[in-house]
Ligand binder design. Structure first.
Ligand code: SF4
Length: 305
C-alpha cells in the first residue's frame, strides 16, 4: 500500500514480525508518523545544486575533489603520500586523526552523517577540534523522526548546524513516478536516487571528508584505511574511527553524554530509513535489520564499486 504522507507509518513490507517479537516500544515506534513533504524551496535548492554538468543519471561529470577549486587529483604521488599518512596515523587517536585532517584539508574538509552513534561521536569530537566544519545529512524523506530530532540536538548541544541535502523529488512525487514505494521493489535504485546521487552532488567541490565507519562493522569496511582516496566519490576519505570498536564508541557516548538516537535502546543497532530498518533479534548481526528480506546490506555509500 502506498505511503500516505504525514499520516501513516512506514513499515518494511518484507518484514514479518515473529510471534516472539512483541516489543511494545518497537510497535509504538513503527506506528509513528514521521514522513514529511519537501517544500518547494527545498526542491528548488536541489535543482540548483545539481548544476548543468551532470551525466544521464544526474551525477556531476566532474565530481568530488576534481570539481574543487583548486582541484585535487589522485596522482600516483598523491596516493603514495596518502598511504604514508594513513600508515603513520594507524596508532593515532580519532581526535588526532581529525586534527590532522582539519590541518591538512580545511576549509575543503566536510562530513556526511546519518546521525549514527559513530557519526555523533565524530561530531562531538569536531565540536572541540573544528566546530566550523560543514556537516550534512541526506534527507531522503524516509528517515525516522528520531533521526531528524538529532539534528536539533546537535544544534542545541554544540551550536553546529547540520545541513540537509535533498533528492530532486518529494516522497510523494517519487512514489507517483514509480507507481508506489520503490524501496519495496528496487531498494538499490531507491538508494541510488534518494541517497547516492544526492551524495555525489554534495561531495563535489571538497578535497576530503570524514567517514564514521569502523572496520569491524562489515567485510566491506574491514579494509578501510585511516586515510585513502575514495574512488567512488573522488575525494580523500578519512575514517578516524576505523580502529575503534562498538564498545569504544558507546563508552565515549556514555562518558561524555553524547546525544544519540533513542531507537538504539529499542532494538535498532543500525538505523537507516524507516522503511528499510527493523529491530534486530538477539544473536543477529548488527546490520541484519537493514533491508531485511533483500540481498542488500549497504546503501552503496561505503562500498568501493
Ligand atoms: S534506505 Fe530504503 S527508503 Fe532509504 S533510500 Fe534506501 S531503499 Fe530508499
Amino acid at each position: 500500500m502506498p505511503i500516505r504522507l504525514n499520516e501513516t507509518a512506514v513499515v518494511n513490507p518484507t518484514y514479518v514480525p515473529a510471534e516472539s517479537e512483541s516489543n511494545p516500544v518497537s510497535s509504538e515506534s513503527a506506528s509513528k508518523p514521521s514522513l514529511r513533504v519537501l517544500t518547494p524551496a527545498e526542491i528548488a535548492h536541489n535543482a540548483a545544486a545539481a548544476g548543468p554538468d551532470v551525466d544521464a543519471q544526474g551525477i556531476p561529470t566532474k565530481r568530488g575533489a576534481l570539481a574543487a577549486d583548486p582541484p585535487l587529483a589522485p596522482t600516483e604521488e598523491f596516493l603514495a603520500e596518502l598511504k604514508r599518512d594513513s600508515d603513520s596515523l594507524e596508532s593515532a587517536t580519532p581526535q588526532e586523526v581529525l586534527k590532522w585532517a582539519v590541518d591538512r584539508f580545511a576549509p575543503k574538509f566536510t562530513m556526511a552523517t546519518a546521525f549514527g552513534p559513530e557519526g555523533m561521536t565524530i561530531i562531538h569530537m569536531l565540536a572541540t577540534i573544528a566546530p566550523e566544519t560543514p556537516i550534512f545529512n541526506l534527507e531522503t524523506g524516509y528517515q525516522f523522526q528520531e533521526t531528524l530530532d538529532l539534528r536539533e540536538k546537535v544544534k542545541e548541544r554544540y551550536g553546529m548546524e547540520v545541513q540537509y541535502k535533498y533528492p530532486d523529488t518529494t516522497v510523494e512525487e517519487f512514489e507517483t513516478l514509480h507507481g508506489g514505494p520503490l524501496y519495496k521493489t528496487d531498494p538499490n535504485r531507491c538508494c541510488f536516487e534518494r541517497k547516492l546521487r544526492v551524495l555525489h552532488r554534495a561531495a563535489s567541490g571538497w578535497h576530503a571528508w570524514a567517514s564514521a565507519i569502523r572496520r569491524d562493522q562489515s567485510e566491506d569496511r574491514a579494509k578501510a584505511p585511516i586515510v585513502g582516496w575514495d574512488k567512488k566519490f573522488q575525494l580523500v576519505k578519512i575514517s578516524p574511527l576505523a580502529n575503534w570498536t562498538k564498545k569504544d564508541v558507546w563508552s565515549l557516548i556514555s562518558k561524555e553524554s553524547i546525544p544519540y538516537n533513542p531507537l538504539h535502546d529499542q532494538g535498532y543497532p543500525s538505523i537507516g530509513c524507516q522503511a528499510c530498518t527493523r529491530p534486530v533479534q538477539i544473536g543477529e548481526d548488527e546490520r541484519a535489520g537493514r533491508w531485511s528480506g533483500f540481498q542488500k546490506t549497504e546503501c552503496g555509500l561505503h562500498t568501493s564499486d
